[in-house]
Design a protein around this ligand. Structure first.
Ligand SMILES: Nc1ncnc2c1ncn2[C@@H]1O[C@H](COP(=O)(O)OP(=O)(O)O)[C@@H](O)[C@H]1O
Ligand SMILES: O=P(O)(O)OC[C@H]1O[C@](O)(COP(=O)(O)O)[C@@H](O)[C@@H]1O
Length: 323
């Protein structure tokens, strides 16, 4: 093995740069040339790439985003585009490819491996919705940003006394996954959680809030994942039941920016280096992940065959903490 490629794909996630640094460092350590492919599968289609050496990545461990850019492209999923990508991998004479990304990216990685390319996946998505790993790179940073937002809203919620209680609904990312909202509910002072994995019961939420208001609490904080609906519509539903104005916060892409937490830097460093170690050992068609604090490689076909198991224990705990 002489030359490997690396790309970041799908939604960017804080910690992708720490992962890239580890890939380049581990590759260089193993005497490999490392090629950074730009903008995910777009770079494979368009032949956009550059050499990465240790000086390119020396300082990036603390940066958000990804220095080689990420991207989404439907063309890669079509036969013609996919074949173009395969030709470019062959022209580049890559002996292996590290794909850092989310669920869609892992599906693309599996297709490449089925076409004979030696591929190793690394889970990178703030959504933490990938089977085969307890944590994906970026999730911890996103949860910290959401937790800080809840703390800030809590300060203003508790400071101002009005004629009616003040209720705040915060929409966080997660089209298909409530992981960010659920974990941040465990971390902050939250009264209700709305996630796409569970049916939303507006009556139960407003009854719980009213019970707390009767106890003397004069505010409420609700976290909802974007997969449940729009924050303004959810707020109107709650207003109808509560009988007063509900305030909305749409957190958006702030959750994907800024410096990665130490957790995400360490995770990215471990998984990036392990992806290269696995390729050097001759392994392929796998994704490196962390299970019970141990770094392990899982077959991509297992990763892609199942939706990540919902953490029922965490959900039960949120019900108690929100009560
Ligand atoms: N089923 C698939 N087969 C092949 N490639 C895919 C598939 N799904 C997604 N991809 C590729 O992976 C890219 C990233 O996927 P996407 O779902 O947008 O992000 P993420 O990897 O973060 O989940 C897509 O733009 C597409 O090029
Ligand atoms: O940046 P975009 O294209 O608006 O995408 C937003 C989506 O990307 C994410 O931040 C990350 O999703 P992926 O990692 O699966 O791409 C989602 O939470 C969010 O719904």
């Amino acid at each position: 093995m002489k030359k490997i490629g690396v790309l970041t794909s799908g939604g960017d996630a804080p910690g992708m740069n720490a992962t890239l640094r580890a890939v380049v460092k581990a590759g260089t350590y193993h005497n490999l040339e490392v090629i950074g492919i730009e903008a995910g599968y777009i770079g494979l289609l368009e032949g956009r790439y550059r050499n990465l050496d240790i000086l390119d990545v020396e300082e990036i461990v603390s940066y958000g985003g990804t220095i080689i850019k990420t991207g989404r492209t439907k063309e890669f999923q079509r036969e013609e585009g996919f074949n173009k990508a395969l030709d470019n991998i062959k022209n580049l004479e890559l002996d292996g490819l590290v794909v850092i990304g989310g669920n869609g990216s892992m599906k693309g990685a599996q297709k490449l491996s089925e076409a004979g390319i030696k591929v190793m996946g690394v889970p990178g998505t703030i959504d933490n919705d990938i089977t085969g790993t307890d944590y994906a790179i970026g999730f911890d940073t996103a949860c910290n940003i959401v937790t800080e937002t809840v703390d800030r809203i809590l300060d203003t919620a508790t400071a101002l006394v009005g004629s009616t209680p003040r209720v705040f609904v915060i929409e966080v990312m997660g089209r298909h996954s409530g992981e960010i909202a659920m974990t941040s509910t465990l971390a902050g002072s939250v009264d209700a959680l709305l996630i796409p994995e569970q049916e939303v019961d507006y009556d139960q939420i407003s009854a719980n809030l009213k019970r707390k208001f009767e106890l003397g609490k004069n505010y409420g904080i609700i976290l909802m994942a974007e997969g449940v609906g729009k924050v303004d519509e959810i707020s109107r539903e709650l207003e109808m039941r509560l009988g007063f104005k509900v305030r909305e916060t749409l957190l958006g892409h702030q959750q994907r920016g800024g410096r990665p937490t130490a957790f995400d830097r360490v995770l990215g460093s471990k998984l990036g280096a392990e992806a290269v170690n696995q390729l050097v050992k001759g392994e392929s068609s796998k994704m490196v992940g962390v299970r019970n604090n141990v770094v392990k490689a899982v077959e991509l076909k297992v990763v892609n065959s199942d939706k990540k198991k919902f953490n029922t224990k965490n959900y039960e705990l949120t019900k108690m903490l929100c009560y």
